[in-house]
Design a protein around this ligand. Structure first.
Ligand SMILES: O=C(O)C(=O)Cc1ccc(O)cc1
Ligand SMILES: [Fe+2]
Length: 431
């Protein structure tokens, strides 16, 4: 089968009371609210910055499932009779969640739970997913309005509450999806401060990574990729010691091997990466364990937002009141860090004022000094504090300069900073 997914469309939050998040996304994160959909059971708000789109689903429990009379929802002919009918409570028309382009809105805590992809052929993917015994939450359905129609399905992943809406919008001319009303955007002066989604990070229980990799490989055609040259194939990228215990494993759905394409902005937008983070038992409790506990299981821990200029982006967001996690004070005073920053031609003072982390792609060694080219590859990151009342989901700004992975130094610094933040919250550190 050819390419299963065409591109990442949007990421959905399911929240009980959306107003706080809506206000934060507009007033702090400077996203443009560009489309809204209001039904009797839910309100949906769509935000964008560049091609990064978030949808906030605000639901009031017990009021879901209202079918609006002027929209039609049908099962395409080609799906009938191929598979067993889905369980009754999971059909789009019996719960109405299908009408929200989503699968499960019953989360106990606010959560980012749906990564939606655009696809070319929903029926074909439906058959593919069924052949792998995937759990279909909403079988192929069609929603339309005056601007045309979309076909979509919702499949449950093997990561906690994460599901994926797969949508074919080739027959739709409207702004976003059927049912959404276009809104005149504010914040247009900030457009492209963020240009696209760079990566999605899952927090998942110990030893769950192989099953997750297998599912994404067989269902969506994702490919695993190495985060570091010293990563062992069966192990992932293990970062351990000094209170840090983390196993990271990365996969992506767009082959980056097309050399020459891989650093073009088009390819960067297409090759959104997924990172699976497990905590390692030896080092005590950490932010992955905290996520699992407060979220009630595995899920999306953070989303990396790509910015072409992290200094501008961090400044804009900080001025608007976004709270970032600040690295430990000694981060910028280490000699090697100072060198890395000056070699990149950046202003140490500015980076430290904003709390931006910088990490080179690879570390050299005495036997293997870095080439000039490798020296020039680095990335910069900054992480927000959790955006919901639980210590669960947060956002990240990332700017890459030739580096495709994640910096070990940054991860250690982030780890320490989040640990210090959790300590300040006086949360118990033992289970
Ligand atoms: O460094 C990043 O931005 C990553 O996405 C890798 C990562 C993922 C989860 C963690 O708890 C810590 C680091
Ligand atoms: Fe990240």
């Amino acid at each position: 089968m050819s390419q299963l997914l065409s591109r990442l469309s949007h990421i959905t939050f399911n929240v009980k009371n959306g107003l706080q998040l809506v206000s934060d996304l507009v007033n702090r994160f400077r996203f443009q609210l560009f489309a809204v959909r209001i039904t009797e059971g839910a309100r949906q708000f769509a935000f964008k910055q560049g091609s990064a789109i978030f949808v906030v689903n605000e639901t009031s429990p017990g009021e879901q499932g209202v079918l609006e009379s002027n929209w039609s929802i049908q099962r395409p002919e080609s799906c009938r009779g191929i598979h067993n009918p889905p369980r009754k409570q999971e059909t789009a028309s019996s719960t109405g969640v299908g009408l929200l382009y989503d699968g499960d809105l019953s989360a106990a805590v606010d959560t980012a739970s749906n990564v939606c992809f655009e696809v070319e052929d929903v029926d074909c993917i439906f058959r593919h997913l069924c052949s792998h015994k995937c759990r279909i939450m909403v079988p192929p359905a069609r929603l339309e309005d005056d601007e045309g129609f979309v076909t979509y399905l919702v499949v449950k992943s093997v990561v906690g509450n994460v599901c994926h809406t797969l949508v074919d919008r080739s027959k739709y001319r409207g702004e976003f999806l059927p049912g959404f009303q276009k809104i005149e955007s504010q914040n247009t002066q900030f457009d492209n401060v963020i240009t696209h989604f760079d990566h999605v990070a899952y927090a998942s229980p110990r030893l769950s990574t192989p099953g997750i990799l297998e599912w994404y490989e067989k269902c969506f055609g994702f490919k695993r990729f190495q985060l570091s040259h010293d990563e062992k194939p069966g192990e992932g990228y293990v970062i351990q010691g000094a209170g840090v215990g983390l196993r990271l494993t990365a996969m992506q759905y767009w082959k980056c091997s097309e050399v020459g394409l891989s650093f073009s902005s088009e390819a960067q937008e297409k090759d959104c990466k997924f990172v699976i983070a497990e905590s390692l038992p030896e080092q005590g409790r950490n932010q992955v364990d905290t996520f699992l506990e407060q979220h009630g299981g595995a899920g999306i821990q953070h989303v990396g937002l790509y910015t072409p200029n992290i200094i501008v982006a961090a400044q804009v967001l900080q001025d608007a009141g976004v709270q970032f996690v600040t690295p430990p004070p000694d981060y910028y005073s280490e000699v090697s860090k100072k060198m890395e920053i000056s070699e990149a031609g950046l202003d140490l003072e500015l980076l430290s004022q904003l709390g931006i982390l910088l990490d080179g792609e690879q570390k050299g060694s005495e036997t293997l000094p870095l080439t000039v080219e490798a020296r020039k590859r680095y990335l910069m990151q900054i992480f927000t504090q959790p955006i919901f009342s639980e210590e669960t989901f947060f956002l990240e700004l990332i700017q890459r300069h030739g580096a495709s992975g994640f910096g070990e130094g940054n991860i250690r610094a982030l780890w320490k900073a989040i640990q210090a933040y959790m300590d300040r919250q006086e949360k118990p550190l033992t289970l």
